[in-house]
Ligand binder design. Sequence first.
Ligand code: NAD
Length: 248
Amino acid sequence: MRLTGKTAIITGGASGFGAGIVRKFTAEGAKVMIADIDPFGARDLADQMGDHAIACEVDVSDEASVASMARAALDTWGHVDVLVNNAGVTHLPTPLEDVSEADFDRVVAVNMKSVYLTARALVPHMKDNKSGCILNIASTAGISPRPRLSWYNASKGWMITASKAMAVELAADGVRVNALCPVAGETPLLKSFMGEDTPEMRAKFLATIPIGRFSTPQDMGNAACYLCSDEASMITGTALEVDGGRCI
Ligand code: NAD
């Protein structure tokens, strides 16, 4: 019960890695808000978690929507201890000059602007409390980019730098900020990274992961739990690879 007494907002919590983090956090005693643009998925998972979870419909790229998510969490719990910026999207594998402006803007808004908007909505509260923890779900793509995913890769590199910049600025306020860098994982998003979900494409991706398997929502739940628990109270500004050795 390493998160007992803590409250956590998990964006993109209805699916994939976010759902893995929701399950681990509730198992470790936290109260969580499953904040997702998919209200049905969020409600469905919250129902499975019983009293430990609430659902909230949010578009993390929209300022008013993020402000209302933060207000709902504070009205419910009175405090927010942990924010996991997990919601993310990609463009399909495409030569970098052919990615449409609409797809580029969407990646920037959901993967990057959301970190700024959630900080505006929740950092003042964390500063007042002299305590808080923010975890940004970046990617190995931000460290070791794969071709044809260029603007997605760049958004995750931005997220890693944003995490370090936030960490150094907020350390004196008692707020820790870290990033997780997952390697390709077994989630609905995997197909979008591969372009096509075929045995050949899976083998190509797996060949780059020394441990020889894709990452899982459980892997991210375990790593996120550690970084957001008091066991990691001396850890801030790190970008932890959960990647089976991919970035070695
Ligand atoms: P997923 O598609 O399974 O889940 C993403 C969730 O985010 C969905 O529930 C979706 O509804 C929600 N979402 C999308 N846009 C949103 C918005 N504007 N506002 C609120 N919610 C929104 O994806 P996943 O694989 O679990 O990805 C989670 C994070 O992990 C993403 O940031 C992704 O970039 C990152 N990541 C994924 C992989 C991978 O291979 N799956 C690898 C490295 C990093």
